[in-house]
Design a protein around this ligand. Structure first.
Ligand code: MG
Length: 266
């Protein structure tokens, strides 16, 4: 769901907290933009427009609500979402899928739509209290998702609105608790698990330990926010991804941007 900042937090005059690393990344992007020759900028723009057209065509082909996808809060790139959808299409016909980290439902649209096409179910786990990096004062805090009555984060309302608008209430089952609590009595084999919950190493590893064993041979394990270079993001998902590979239970499939895709082999 999120990539935690491991850098120093800086508060600007508006009270908005930003990390020094994200400020540095933005400035690097600006420098590249200013120094890029015109032909390369034209080519980049052409590719961007081709990508937008492809995304529109894709959304229309699978009857996605493009406006809904663009407006749902979340941190999933459209190409990563399409990879989730494609992988879930391969998995969902054989049994249920499960995601950890519902947030406001952006990934559930992609996974749940595939489940709907295969008459399957997506279990979507989230305590909806926000992960570590989404708490007040942290880098990814969103005041629109803060319940001032209980003084806690609450993303459940937004998630349910997303499911309703996407027509997925009969194919996505929200499980509102921590993933380790949900795992205590879990016994159903799973054909796909998508880990995108808390991004501390302890939480990400716990999610892996709780759920990887339920994936059937041939099933898929997807992990979001894989950053091999520490300069680009937090390392916890990448460490868990490597831990999964070292178990020899999974083989590595091509990544899509920061989305790691593994297939269980035994
Ligand atoms: Mg993520």
């Amino acid at each position: 769901m999120m990539k935690p900042s491991e850098s120093v937090k800086i508060q600007n005059s508006d009270g908005i907290v930003k990390s020094s690393s994200s400020r540095r990344r933005k400035s690097c992007v600006m420098r590249r933009t200013h120094s890029t020759p015109q032909p390369q900028r034209d080519e980049a723009q052409r590719r961007h427009e081709v990508k937008l057209r492809a995304n529109r065509t894709f959304c229309e082909a699978v009857k996605f609500d493009r406006e809904l996808l663009e407006n749902v809060k979340g941190f999933l790139d459209p190409e990563e979402g399409m990879r989730l959808y494609d992988t879930a299409l391969l998995a969902a016909g054989k049994g249920p899928c499960l995601e950890i980290g519902s947030y406001c439902g952006k990934s559930a649209i992609y996974l749940g739509t595939a489940c709907r096409e295969k008459n399957s179910i997506l279990f979507s786990i989230d305590h909806h209290r926000g992960s570590e990096e989404q708490q007040p004062g942290e880098e990814y805090f969103d005041p629109e998702l803060f319940d001032f009555a209980s003084w806690r984060m609450n993303t459940l309302g937004n998630f349910r609105i997303t499911l309703d608008k996407a027509g997925l209430e009969e194919n996505v089952v929200p499980i509102v608790t921590r993933s380790d609590v949900a795992a205590r009595m879990w016994s159903s084999p799973l054909n796909l698990v998508f880990i995108d919950g808390g991004h501390s190493y302890e939480t990400a590893l716990m999610d892996y330990n709780c759920w990887a064993g339920h994936i059937v041979p041939g099933g898929y394990l997807l992990i979001h926010d894989i950053f091999p270079d520490p300069a680009n993001g937090g390392q916890a998902p990448f460490l868990v991804y490597n831990h999964a590979l070292e178990s020899n239970l999974f083989k590595e499939l091509p990544m899509t941007k920061t989305l790691g895709v593994l297939q269980r082999i035994i």
